[in-house]
Design a protein around this ligand. Structure first.
Ligand code: VGL
Ligand code: ZN
Length: 208
């Protein structure tokens, strides 16, 4: 399953300081993914980086909801939302892409989660499940048919992006060893189940 076809793209999801060990929403082993992503990206002509990019006081922050704590679930206008520590606030260091990322040929940095009242785990469609980011159109116009995914976190932004890639008609392949999970409340097992039933495939970076 070589990823070098002109119609393949690699999506490098949210390799930002706030998701690294020591960050505001640290993902265990998140920093290990950077070197793997760099290596994988060398095999792709088409690379898109994503960047979680929230305004201060974003609706997904527990600090915005009186009496709520991070990792609690609440119901918002658009449905279920897990509350998070403040993270990836626009213009802060925590929102910056890891400086060890070495993918100079990446063509697009796609920011998401910038609407104050809507989260967006997915790089394709916001959490209201209606507002597109424009990524599907971008990939389609560029003749992309298959999207490979690496990054953070397996069970949130990677999984939702992979599911929405499928929903938009792309083949989707998650490179499992190039991702790390948050795994809160069974989220990782649930994400793999949903991805499997949506036809998302999984592979290892050594197989590319
Ligand atoms: C993410 C939770 C909140 C992610 C982003 O990148 O997976 N998770 N914001
Ligand atoms: Zn976020």
């Amino acid at each position: 399953m070589p990823g070098t076809a002109a119609s393949d793209a690699l999506l490098v999801v949210d390799l930002q300081y706030d998701f690294m060990p020591g960050g505001a929403l640290a993902v265990a082993g998140g920093d290990e993914v950077v070197a793997i992503a760099n290596r994988v990206a060398r095999g792709f002509a088409n690379v898109v980086l994503t960047q979680d990019w929230h305004p201060a006081g974003h609706i997904s922050f527990a600090s915005r909801h009186a009496g709520r704590r991070p990792f609690e679930a609440v119901t918002l206008e658009y449905g279920a939302q897990i509350l998070w520590p403040d993270h990836c606030v626009q213009g802060t260091r925590g929102a910056e892409l890891h400086r060890g990322l070495d993918i100079p040929h990446a063509q697009l940095v796609l920011r998401k989660g910038y609407h104050a009242h809507t989260d967006s785990y997915s790089a394709f469609v916001e959490a209201d499940r209606r507002t597109p980011t424009g990524l599907a159109g971008y990939l389609r116009e560029r003749g992309i048919g298959r999207v490979f995914l690496v990054g953070l976190a397996t069970d949130f932004c990677v999984a939702w992006s992979a599911l929405d890639a499928r929903a938009a008609g792309f083949a989707a392949v998650v490179i499992e060893d190039a991702c790390r999970a948050i795994d809160t409340g069974g989220s990782l097992a649930a994400a793999w189940r949903e991805m499997a039933s949506a036809g998302v495939r999984r592979t290892e970076s050594s197989r590319l």
